[in-house]
Design a protein around this ligand. Structure first.
Ligand SMILES: *Cc1c(COP(=O)(O)O)cnc(C)c1O
Length: 245
């Protein structure tokens, strides 16, 4: 257990150093990027070790799995934030409302409205990021935003999400294609940052400051292009175990 904590602490520190350097070389304020340690599909022991090693935000993809892990990790509940970073099926919306501190992958008006209805019952407010598909890849979730000349077509949907009073929209998120060469992903990170500033112009009374992008393979490029949240799994907690069927 201690060996695992030490290992993860070392990995976090190595990733943090790379984030710091990317901030410096791109002229960004030191400390402007938060690290989300992605523990999806990892056992409770790994999550506990990540928390003990200093992780402040954990990213999870499967709400049911997270909720069962949360019960075991209840003593740590107030010392870490839990972010849902994956696509959410509407029938699992309640789990996210009740157990997560932030939902980073809001990708439709109907889901926003469902979350809003559930949150109204408890008078809770849920911080969210809107997920955008900036690459046009079919397999990716998110509001369609790969064609910059058509961004204005997004505005009615965005306005409908912003009208959901129990949702606190804080910014944007994307999951770009995976390339062999991480440099190839840069244009998509640039596009997401441009989109955030476009939305900020269109809806200036709302918050668009958070830009969640970058994973183990490309987080430094994401930092150079303006990420405020990077989501790093394997580089910190190792490969995900293969799930038994
Ligand atoms: C799994 C996942 C990550 C982390 O990916 P790694 O390659 O393990 O760093 C980041 N974001 C999302 C949305 C993910 O599903």
């Amino acid at each position: 257990m201690t060996a695992l904590v030490d290992q993860i602490r070392e990995n976090i520190s190595r990733v943090q150093t790379r984030i710091d350097k990317a901030e410096t070389r791109s002229g960004r304020q030191p400390g402007s990027v938060k690290l989300v340690v992605v523990t999806k599909a990892q056992p409770i022991s790994v999550m506990e070790a990540a928390i003990q090693a200093g992780a402040k935000i954990l990213g999870e993809n499967y709400p049911e799995e997270t909720v069962s892990k949360l019960t075991a990790l209840d003593p740590y509940r107030s010392s870490v934030e839990w972010h849902m970073i994956g696509h959410l099926q509407s029938r699992k919306a309640r789990l996210v409302c009740e157990h997560f501190d932030c939902f980073q992958a809001l990708d439709s008006v109907s889901l926003a409205q469902k979350l809003d209805r559930i949150l109204t019952e408890s008078q809770r407010c849920l911080p969210v990021l809107l997920e955008f598909n900036v690459s046009g890849e079919e397999s990716k979730f998110g509001f369609s935003a790969w064609d910059e000349s058509r961004w204005s077509e997004l505005l009615p949907d965005i306005a409908a999400v912003l009208a959901c009073r129990q949702l606190q929209v804080n910014g944007v998120m994307t999951m770009p294609p995976i390339f062999d060469c991480p440099e190839d992903v840069r244009p998509f990170f640039i596009r997401l940052r441009r989109l955030a500033s476009y939305l900020n112009q269109q809806f200036p009374t709302h918050k668009w400051g958070e830009i969640s992008m970058g994973t183990s393979s490309d987080f430094e490029i994401a930092v150079e292009e303006g990420a405020t949240l990077v989501r790093v799994g394997t580089s910190i907690v190792g490969p995900r175990p293969v799930k038994p069927q």
